[in-house]
Design a protein around this ligand. Sequence first.
Ligand code: FES
Ligand code: FES
Length: 190
Amino acid sequence: MIPEKQHSGSHLPTGVREKGMKFKKMFMRFRVNGEEVEVAAPPNRLLLDVLREDLSLTGTKLGCDDGSCGACTILVDGLPSQCCMMLAVSYQGREIQTVEALSRKGDLDPLQRAFCEQGGQQCGFCTPGILMTARALLLRNPDPSVEEISEALAGNLCRCTGYTKIIAAVHKAALDYQEARRKDPQRIAL
Ligand code: FES
Ligand code: FES
């Protein structure tokens, strides 16, 4: 299966995380979950570390740390991106969304609700990354087939669920979004 196209941006050069590499901090500005934020960080700081440690957005998880598990998936300009390998400095001014963007004023997003209803998570470690990949899929394809869901999620690994319930949850969320849009055609964001 071919994973959904990942965002192609600046990725971690070999050795950038090596101990002893010290760089002077600089100010960086980002747009995260609809808000402008500024952090002071060295140019070798990873976007994952900026999100989790500087901005306390700990929903995004660090799994493999080498771009192969999908646990750290966020959206950059609407495309799923694995931020464990992205230098934060290269993503200034981009539209970044983390899993924290999904619930509004304490209400779960239909994707989150569907995962709860369908048993799409067990330990939950992979779930934020899967939710964001699924969100990207539903943004570009509101009515995906089971095969299309499976293909889109091929880059997100889950050790617990066996994937069947995850796929069922994304399918259910797609139906719920369609219903929500039927009731409120002005609704532009998922
Ligand atoms: S932690 Fe980034 S892909 Fe695994
Ligand atoms: S629910 Fe545990 S890794 Fe996916």
